[in-house]
Design a protein around this ligand. Structure first.
Ligand SMILES: Cc1cc2nc3c(=O)[nH]c(=O)nc-3n(C[C@H](O)[C@H](O)[C@H](O)COP(=O)(O)O)c2cc1C
Length: 218
């Protein structure tokens, strides 16, 4: 994680403060060091709850790096010294990872360093869902469960726990979007097997849901 001061003083490449896809214009995907998430702000909770809704029409405008940083922290960032997160998890076991699919590739959100780790080069947004808007919206979050962390549970229980954990993250994303003038929709209409193959997930890992985020279409 970098401090806002470092970012402002230009320690990061100038691209760091530009729109996010500029980070990864090359074939070989690079890690994205996100600016530090902002420590305060946003609209009052009641106002955000009043505005929360699903949208299925998105502009293709990319998210600025600071907005992506704040969004991922709100979604499932670390909010306490013990490493726990902005969303709860069953039995203290963190099973969900957020895969971030953007125009240039797929990254994995790493909350400890608040960075995006490169996963796959190339635009796989179309494969994150069956609805047309997923192809052009700037950001599709794919929620991936580490089933191997729940080995004492049956496959059904693993799916249930992972789905509930994902729902809390999804609601964080909804509220953040409501607060920031972004729009979003949580999605279960996903070709799960195909997306698992595309993301090259190991056997025990599986996609729970996906969620599209962007600016409203004008
Ligand atoms: C588990 C779950 C799965 C959903 N899957 C989809 C989906 O695949 N596509 C979609 O457009 N909306 C999906 N939604 C969004 C719902 O359609 C939406 O929340 C509902 O219509 C109520 O609208 P609101 O969110 O604006 O209140 C899903 C919501 C949930 C909770």
């Amino acid at each position: 994680m970098i401090t806002r001061r470092q970012a402002n003083s230009g320690i990061l490449a100038s691209a760091a403060l530009a729109a996010v896809p500029a980070f990864a214009a090359t074939q070989k995907l690079k890690p994205i060091e996100l600016p530090a998430p902002r420590a305060e702000g946003g609209m009052p909770l009641i106002n955000a709850l009043k505005l929360r809704h699903s949208t299925r029409e998105f502009s293709d405008r990319p998210l600025p790096a600071q907005t992506l940083s704040d969004l991922l922290w709100a979604a499932f960032g670390i909010n306490r010294p013990n490493g726990y997160r902005t969303a709860p998890c069953a039995r203290y076991i963190i099973v969900i990872e957020i895969y971030v699919a953007m125009v240039d590739g797929v990254w994995i959100y790493e909350p400890k360093t608040h960075a995006l780790l490169p996963h796959l080069a190339g635009d796989i947004r179309a494969e994150t869902g069956v609805q047309n808007f997923v192809k052009t919206a700037p950001l599709n979050l794919v929620y991936v469960a580490h089933g191997e962390r729940l080995m004492d549970d049956s496959p059904e229980e693993r799916r249930l726990l992972a789905s509930v954990d994902t729902g809390f993250i999804g609601q964080n994303v909804y509220l953040f979007c409501a607060s920031e003038g972004l729009v979003t929709v949580f999605r279960g209409s996903v070709e799960y097997r195909k997306l698992k193959r595309t993301l090259k997930l190991p056997d025990q890992q599986f996609v729970t849901f996906a969620q599209t985020v962007g600016y409203p279409r004008a």
